[in-house]
Design a protein around this ligand. Structure first.
Ligand code: GLC
Length: 813
């Protein structure tokens, strides 16, 4: 029987005139002080700061002075803000700074942004708020609008027609088009219309929403608490938006090379023997693998910073054998600390006041894997430092990486998270959990990263996280949570991770093979073929599901998986190069075609194929029993990676892909740096580095170039100059080719002797090479310098000593 609650007013839905929404009203004055421009409105003001030529901040505030502090998402900036030129007309105030001109309309405080050619880039019509602190803004949405970014979201690449909420949430069936909030919240919306793009980053770690669905000619951005604090990042190129946004919120820390390897996980490898057996099997079967994960069963009744004494009686011995095998361990660490007065972490946390509390002083307890648990308050630096230091427990064992899960934080209750009235200490500026919710995962991973780093003697740590907020890329790689072994989820991983890449999360990937439900042999093959080209590459599956280690479906499947995982390792120098680029520019290793071909109308929503860097195109098969698919090749010439066939771009082709083939194409003129086959990233140092150049032509105007970054792949020495940059170039010249390499910088000397240039997919054969003799393939195997034509591939091979002076070779036609 219902009670009177059945007619509770909240159940009836929104009232017609529920609340009075306020607006800024007319603009009364424009003030300027210390690089801050304040437009004073009738009921609120807007502060503008021009942070760069293509970047400004706009914050709504009440009262006299804006609070221009930022969240941790935004990096401290060294440069002073730009001064704007001010012009006043009867209708507007015009602020010009860098490449942008802002017009603030006096009648309404609407803000229009123009480029220097007076083209309208964006227009914010209206900002309004209700008495409970929700704020809502309305922006123009022209008919040719496309939307990207927004971090980890389901559905297609282009978010037009979608609506999303930013509220870190542990949803067990998360990868559905209608799910608006997932584990990560990156409140960055990228808007492309015509040839122009810009990003809007709303720096508010409370609940925010982006609606590109409900209003026809407008999109809206809103928050339910906290500040309306916008950063406007101008393109017009999408690449500039990604660069600008990651300059603001940071780029990935250069990962250790081993973190780019293949990772194997399962919920859970149940004991020490199973882990060792797994590691030995990888090595016996010669399947490359760098990392094995320990899921929650490694712990003593799910107490973080412990090992179960029965299942893992001798972690030191286990670690010693794994080290011999070249396999690293990454254990899971969740934020929930078991309430148990006999457990030192819990006791210390209580005694030293590190746990999150209610205003009234009670510790917040929530149910997670260990049962009733307390949660560190990472908004206090003291608690974060304490938590970080606890990781010495792992680093002392030689564990270099940590997997942060459940850090939304997830709680097994109706709200799925911590009570909203938990009052975080926030280093002396207390705020409710409701206001800071989306920061929790970021702060936990930051504490973890910094704690590991303090204890790793100059080696680079690795952190994997499920939850995060803008800026998380500085501390952790992100995996996309609990997907399922559904073909649909495999397909959806592409747009999801592509948009994550456009949102600063360059190091991301899904559970390969799917987490829940049961993988089939075919699904595992197709997903692995795709997954080895994603930035983060881990096979993970849930308890009670069919096993999906690479050998689980027999030798034929195992053989295919070995080949594709091997490809990732062969391409490691290239991948590492792309990761270095991401750490310097923010541009992700895995890219939508859109990022490279912004003005090609065929690619605005193309997300069942993707680029690795700028020149390698992967078109995975993502449906069962399918051996053909359409592939779009953008302008230019392309080569089928497997057959070498030359294909003209600017059209769709039909690719044939039996189970062992994932359609893969390389652009003419592209170069890929390849290493030698390895079983793990630092298996041995490469004797030879191969630069594979596609489609060399002796015609005037042909040019292929490549910059290769190198360092030791494991320490922070690169930060003090211990790195190298080699520049390669191949140019068509007077019926021949000129090949050169030089060290732009050689702070790091790779322990290798030879450089090999493999000119593949080319008809060019030299009559002679100035300075190099003709040799046989066998000579080359013995490390001799010279050139030869590879009998198998028809490719032209040149092998030379790798010297710091560099060299130039003329290949005569
Ligand atoms: C969560 C994680 C999953 C993990 C499981 C047990 O569901 O998303 O990856 O295996 O918890 O720890």
């Amino acid at each position: 029987m219902d009670t009177s609650e059945a007619i509770h007013p909240d159940r009836v839905g929104p009232m017609i005139i529920q609340e009075a929404w306020g607006t800024i009203g007319k603009a009364l004055a424009l003030d300027h002080m210390n690089g801050v421009y304040v437009c004073r409105g009738e009921r609120a003001s807007l502060a503008f700061v021009f942070l760069g030529e293509d970047l400004f901040r706009m914050k709504l505030f009440m009262g006299r002075e804006p609070d221009l502090s930022t969240t941790i998402a935004v990096l401290p900036r060294e440069s002073r803000p730009l001064e704007a030129e001010i012009e006043e007309t009867e209708r507007v105030w015009k602020l010009s700074a860098g490449h942008l001109v802002l017009e603030i309309e006096k009648q309404s405080c609407a803000v229009s942004v123009f480029d220097l050619e007076e083209r309208l880039i964006a227009r914010q019509n209206n900002i309004s708020w209700n008495p409970r602190g929700a704020i809502h803004s309305v922006y123009d949405m022209p008919g040719d609008s496309h939307f990207y970014g927004l971090g980890e979201k389901a559905s297609f690449l282009d978010k037009r027609g979608e609506r999303y909420t930013m509220w870190n949430t542990d949803v067990y069936a998360p990868h559905m088009p209608e799910i608006e909030a997932l584990y990560e919240s990156i409140p960055l919306l990228v808007h492309l219309h015509g040839q122009c793009s810009y990003g809007i980053f709303l720096d508010n770690p409370g609940r925010t929403d982006f609606d590109m669905r409900s209003h026809g000619i407008a999109y809206t951005i809103g928050c339910s608490t906290g500040d309306y604090d916008i950063y406007f990042v101008y393109g017009p190129e999408l690449k500039s938006v990604v660069r600008g946004y990651t300059e603001l919120t940071g780029r990935i820390a250069l990962p250790p090379k081993w973190a780019l390897g293949y990772h194997q996980s399962r919920y859970s490898y149940m004991d020490q023997n199973e882990v060792l057996h797994l590691a030995r099997t990888f090595r016996e079967k010669e399947i490359p693998c760098d990392v094995i994960y320990l899921d929650i069963h490694y712990m003593d009744e799910y107490r973080v910073f412990t090992f179960d004494p029965v299942r893992f009686p001798d972690p030191e011995a286990m670690m010693a054998e794994l080290k011999q095998l070249g396999i690293r361990i990454v254990p899971i660490v969740d934020p929930g600390v078991k309430k148990d007065p006999k457990y030192s972490v819990y006791r210390e946390g209580v005694e030293q006041g590190h746990f999150s509390r209610k205003l009234e002083g009670d510790i917040f307890f929530g149910d997670v894997w260990p049962g009733t648990s307390a949660f560190a308050d990472f908004t206090n630096d003291t608690a974060s430092e304490w938590w970080g230091n606890l990781h010495k427990y792992y680093t002392d064992l030689g564990i270099p990486g940590i997997w942060n899960d459940m850090n939304e934080p997830a709680v097994f209750n109706a709200s799925k998270t911590m009570d909203l009235d938990v009052m975080h200490g926030n280093n002396g500026n207390p705020k409710t959990h409701e206001e800071l919710h989306n920061l929790y995962g970021l702060l936990m991973s930051k504490a973890t990263y910094e704690g590991l780093k303090r204890n790793m003697d100059g080696q680079r740590p690795f952190v994997l996280t499920r939850a995060g907020y803008s800026g998380i890329q500085r501390y952790a790689a992100v995996w996309t949570g609990d997907n399922r072994s559904f073909w649909e989820h495999m397909a959806l991983a592409m747009p999801m991770v592509l948009n994550m890449g456009l949102s600063g999360l360059a190091f991301a990937g899904p559970d390969i093979g799917g987490f829940a439900h049961h993988a089939s042999a075919e699904l595992l093959v197709r997903w692995t073929q795709m997954g080895v080209l994603f930035p983060y590459c881990r096979n993970h599956s849930s308890i009670g599901t069919l096993r999906q280690e690479p050998w689980s479906f027999g030798p034929e499947i195992e053989g295919i998986l070995r080949e594709y995982i091997g490809l990732r390792y062969r391409w490691m120098p290239h991948l590492y190069n792309l990761f270095h680029e991401a750490s310097e520019t923010g541009l992700p290793p895995m890219r939508p075609l859109l990022l490279e071909y912004q003005n090609d109308p065929h690619v605005t929503n193309l997300c069942d194929q993707f680029l690795v860097g700028s020149d390698v195109l992967a078109a995975p098969i993502y449906r069962p029993d399918t051996e053909h698919r359409a592939v779009y090749l953008p302008e230019g010439d392309w080569f089928d990676y497997w057959t070498g066939e030359k294909l003209a771009g600017g059209r769709h082709i039909l690719a044939h892909a039996p189970l062992s083939v994932m359609p893969l194409y390389v652009k003419a003129g592209a170069v890929i740096a390849e290493g030698e086959p390895k079983l793990y990233a630092d298996d041995r140092t490469d004797e030879t580095l191969t630069l594979r150049v596609y489609g060399a032509s002796a015609e005037e105007g042909f040019k292929a170039s490549y910059s290769l970054y190198e360092d030791d792949g494991s320490s922070f020495d690169y930060a003090s100059g211990v790195s190298s940059l080699i520049e390669f170039e191949l140019r068509g010249e007077a019926g021949g080719l000129e090949l050169s390499y030089r060290y732009e910088r050689r702070g790091y000397a790779a322990n290798r002797n030879l450089l090999r240039f493999a000119l593949v997919c080319t008809a060019f054969k030299p009559s002679s090479v100035e300075g190099l003799g003709e040799i046989t393939a066998e000579d080359a195997e013995h490390g001799r310098e010279g050139w030869y034509v590879d009998a198998q591939t028809g490719g032209l091979m040149l092998q030379v000593q790798d010297t710091s002076q560099g060299a130039v070779f003329k290949l005569c036609g």
